[in-house]
Write a protein that binds this ligand. Sequence first.
Ligand SMILES: [Fe+2]
Ligand SMILES: [Fe+2]
Length: 324
Amino acid sequence: MTATDSAPDTASDAGRERFDAIIAADERIEPRDHMPDDYRKTLVRQIAQHAHSEIIGMQPEGNWITRAPSLKRKAVLIAKVQDEAGHGLYLYSAAESLGVDRTDLLDLLHQGRQRYSSIFNYPTLTWADVGAIGWLVDGAAITNQVPLCRCSYGPYARAMVRICKEESFHQRQGFESLYVLARGTDAQRAMAQDAVNRWYWPSLMMFGPPDAESPHSAQSMAWKIKRFSNDELRQKFVDIIAPQADALGLTLPDPDLRWNPERGHYDYGPIDWEEFTQVLKGNGPCNRQRLAHRRAAHDSGAWVREAARAHAAKRAARAQREAA
Ligand SMILES: [Fe+2]
Ligand SMILES: [Fe+2]
């Protein structure tokens, strides 16, 4: 671990100066560099929460793999859900570069002591939800994550570059799936509209609480972990999806949504933050189900981890014998 800020000595003073200089020059902090303890802790919390969101996020859509309406849709959905598992792996690796162990992070998730994105606590009721998630949830994720490609911590920033490319495919497949439904039968069109009605507001909540109630944001901006505030990102997202909804021929469920020529942005109605708080507290429709499923998946994978450990020990012993 690094020397703490509260114990100044020549080495840590020099380390701190170097850290400040790297941040000021908009360069990257690497695992070997000195970093303040709070910077490290903030990153561990953020990257772990992000990694957890990726693997929990496999569940709502995984629910539809066996019921996808065609072979093409099934193949696309399997690829997408696999991508999310991969995103989790990149991110747990990035977190490990900060000196934590992924086993401990998974324990914290399973004990409910570390969070994942609240959006995954909503159910996927119909096939159209898969399209709405791709378009709105992956779309919101991209808006949030593109600026993270320029995050000051190197391993996180680099992981985000690949993740964003894959998220872009996720968003497009969602849009295309909704586009087809919106031009299908009346029932398909109604199903697409209903899914958008249910996912729209939760997707706006993905950007987190309003700036005035987001206490960690200022520090994260100063450290260049975060580049835009929650409200700035939310506005960016609304500006992107409002015209896309028109192209889909679907409506967004907000009577206050309209273009404001003076601001050069879409205005949108008030968000129900009470609902957000309830879901965050664990009272969303699927909180318990998601965690129970995750724990069960982890337990049933115990033999794989055990076999991998035995295999690694065997290889290490062989390498040692050959070196002797
Ligand atoms: Fe992802
Ligand atoms: Fe995704």
